[in-house]
Ligand binder design. Sequence first.
Ligand code: CP
Length: 290
Amino acid sequence: MDSQQILSILERASYFSQILKQKKNIPKILEGKIVANLFFEHSTRTRFSFEVAAKRLGGDVLNFDAGNSSLAKGETLYDTLKTFESLGIDIGIIRHSDDLYIESLKEKHGFNIINAGAGKFEHPSQSLLDLFTIQEEFGTLENLTVTICGDVANSRVAKSNIAALQKFGSRVLLSGPEQLMPKAENLEDNCELSPIDDAIKRSDVVMFLRVQHERHDLFELNIDKYTNSYGLNDERIKLLKENAIIMHPGPFNRDVEIASHLIEHKKSRIFKQKENGVYTRMAILEWIIS
Ligand code: CP
């Protein structure tokens, strides 16, 4: 997706935001369409904001429950998806733990596919809602400095946001323990490693990431040390620029990457991100069927 396509989606997200806030009639562009949430990994925000978005647009939503499905009887993923195709779904919203599985499906199935999170590789709809939140705040996506702090190596959100922000000439600073950082030689042009306190002082946006314990197979992290070194606390928040904002894609570990009482701080846009997820996903659903 190029920068113009991203801006078009954000413009439509803004439109949906306005009509929902003004309680105007929402165009029922998904009327008669069936949207299936096909999540093979856990989710709260993505799954339910896609469901709310689809219902707001008049669509019917199926929520696939992988744990209670015939996958348990040995059915393959391919045959599961072929089954949904046979049922006549129009849009399949898929999350999967394999980095490339969703991309590999695109030509194989007779329904539109939306990527709801692919392994450690990409999370495009989260990135779009993050960009929408940033654009709402600053009126632009250009020439900003965004810090992403935490478990970058395991984060599909970080990878999608680094790639997207690069398209607008914004700079990304990465902070965190060496074991959770990409190698400096693998960084994109717009990206640099930075000590956390320096990064916070330079940034318009500071995005904290969850420590993804479930994806760490190589080392044990000392959580108290991590929180002291990288977590947002009362001292570190004072380093933020006056207009800077705090973001986190969620779910968060309270008192690990961010002190519990700072989650709803006036600089925090964490719950705004969740609200914006609905508007942005309405725009994504509109785009995929157009
Ligand atoms: N941000 C995000 O993807 O949250 P969920 O895992 O709850 O969908």
